[in-house]
Design a protein around this ligand. Structure first.
Ligand code: NDP
Length: 478
């Protein structure tokens, strides 16, 4: 045995993680169901470091130093279970099985419990940054036991992205905590992408700008507080011209957004935990709506407002700047909601997740990396139990300062018939949270009326029911 770690599953992600490990001086055992992938890796990249190619499960396990560290990077779902079932019987107590694929955190909890029974550590870890990230430094979100992190952590930190010298990798919490945080990361990513897409649509629809001009606007925004990977790549996509037609690239791509399902998991979990992650939900549904080609075709003739030059005259001069403010404020809401979800998940499953550390490891390597996350880290560092990002000093001021522009943008969108589910729901969330009174009292009245569900009063303790059908003057304490 001479490899300090092994990777099984050598498609694009596994191959790049293995190369990243080897480039950092670690001896890496290699394994893949289809042998050819292993041979290809060694043939193409063998000179990058010390690889130990293996061609059976037994050979792979024998190549690993104890406690063995075995990274599984295969298709999520049944394939991951198949691989675990294949390797677990060959391992010994104390060995560490790492699932770096995009598993659902509930599967990770189940697998962790099953392997713990056999004395094995199971580390479900989120990895973000796509194939480039895997090779050059991803953001890594490992769950599992603190004990496993002692020996595994240094390896993962070594290959993760670094921001100001700090690794974008931390022990998130027990069992499914890492995959949970990765799930919310992806949900926030959906939300961020949707808000940016709406900004583009607004600048085009209300100001009549061309994609290349909007690319310039995004480039400018990227030098300020919105500085982020997603804004940066958006500018590149918008500036790109289709080589076949000479048209803007965004105009020749079918406008039906796809999804692999992590946004859906985030929304499902938000519903289960009762956490209003409306930005993520709207972003996920906006993709669904875009994909219903037949439905959209059928609805295409429905009337909308005039968007001609006269209508556009009502658009304020400051519109582009207003959109920047609306985007920033909506983004704060999206992150506030995502962090609320992590807080709730952590409480539900007893994970004790440190929110400042989560923000810290998202600053580099991952898709939502942004300077903004440094501010979130600082906010939670200063106040670990902050109820919502919206009330923390800097964010509070920025959102309050932005609210007029935010309202103006949403109003303009409504007037011109430009769909902005992301901006609109973020603003509604902001207004809902800050409201003195919500019409939820009326809903309680309705519920009590038809279902005797009872209500609480603002002036007395206890639960009450009004006998609506027989005599509404009579109220019983329930
Ligand atoms: P894929 O998800 O396409 O998975 C292909 C790999 O899985 C191959 O090595 C394949 O082996 C192996 N595999 C599939 N079924 C089985 C099975 N039943 N038994 C054994 N091995 C099996 O590869 P990716 O590299 O794209 O992704 C790997 C993981 O990383 C996934 O969980 C993915 O969700 C996650 N991920 C991907 C990101 C990305 O940007 N692509 C980003 C972050 C995470 P074989 O060669 O024999 O077919």
């Amino acid at each position: 045995a001479r490899a300090s770690i092994g990777v099984t599953g050598l498609a694009v992600m596994g191959r790049n993680l293995a190369r990243n490990l080897a480039r950092h001086g670690h001896t890496v055992a290699l394994h893949n169901r289809t042998e050819q992938r292993t041979r290809d890796l060694v043939e193409q990249f063998g000179s990058e470091g010390d690889f130990v190619p293996t061609y059976s499960a037994e050979e792979f396990v024998r190549a690993l130093e104890r406690p063995r560290k075995l990274v599984i990077m295969v298709k999520a779902g049944a394939p991951t279970d198949a691989v675990i079932d294949e390797f677990a019987p060959l391992l010994e107590p104390g060995d560490i099985v790492i699932d770096a694929g995009n598993a659902h955190f509930a599967d990770t909890r189940r697998r962790e419990a099953a392997l713990r029974e056999r004395g094995l550590h199971f580390v479900g870890t989120g990895v973000s940054g796509g194939e480039e990230g895997a090779l050059h430094g991803p953001s890594i979100m490992p769950g599992g036991s603190a004990e496993s992190y002692e020996s595994l952590g240094p390896l993962l930190e070594d290959i993760s992205a670094k921001v100001d010298g700090a690794p974008c990798c931390t022990h998130v919490g027990p069992d499914g905590a890492g995959h949970f945080v990765k799930m919310v990361h992806n949900g926030i990513e959906y939300s961020d992408m949707q808000l940016i897409a709406e900004s583009f649509d607004l600048l085009r629809g209300a100001l009549g700008l061309e994609p290349a001009q909007i690319a310039e606007t995004f480039r400018t925004w990227n030098t300020g507080r919105l500085d982020s990977y997603l804004i940066e790549i958006t500018a590149e996509v918008l500036a790109h011209t289709d080589p076949h037609t000479g048209k803007p690239f965004v105009d020749i791509v079918a406008d039906e957004a796809e999804q692999k399902g992590t946004g859906r998991w985030t929304v499902q979990n938000g519903l289960e935990l009762g956490v209003p992650i409306t930005g993520i939900a709207e972003a996920t549904f906006a993709r669904s709506l875009s994909g219903h080609a037949g439905l959209r075709q059928a609805a295409r003739g429905l009337a909308g407002p005039d968007r001609g030059s006269a209508a556009r005259q009502g658009v304020p001069e400051s519109f582009a700047d207003d959109v920047e403010q609306a985007l920033y404020a909506s983004k704060v809401v999206a992150y506030a909601q995502g962090f609320h979800q992590i807080q709730a998940g952590s409480a539900e499953f007893g994970w004790n997740i440190d929110l400042a550390s989560v923000a810290a490891i998202w600053r580099g390597g991952c898709i939502i990396r942004a300077t903004f996350l440094d501010d979130i880290r600082a906010a939670y560092r200063a106040e670990p139990t902050l109820p919502t990002l919206l009330t923390s000093g800097g964010f509070r001021k920025a959102v309050e300062d932005a609210q007029d522009a935010w309202r103006s943008v949403v109003a303009t969108a409504v007037r011109l018939g430009i769909p902005t589910p992301g901006f609109s729901t973020a603003l509604a969330y902001y207004d809902g949270l800050r409201a003195d009174r919500l019409p939820a009292s009326l809903i309680q009245g309705q519920r009590d009326y038809f279902g005797a569900h009872t209500y609480r009063r603002v002036d007395r303790e206890g639960s009450f029911h009004t006998t609506w059908a027989t005599d509404p003057r009579v109220e019983h304490e329930a």
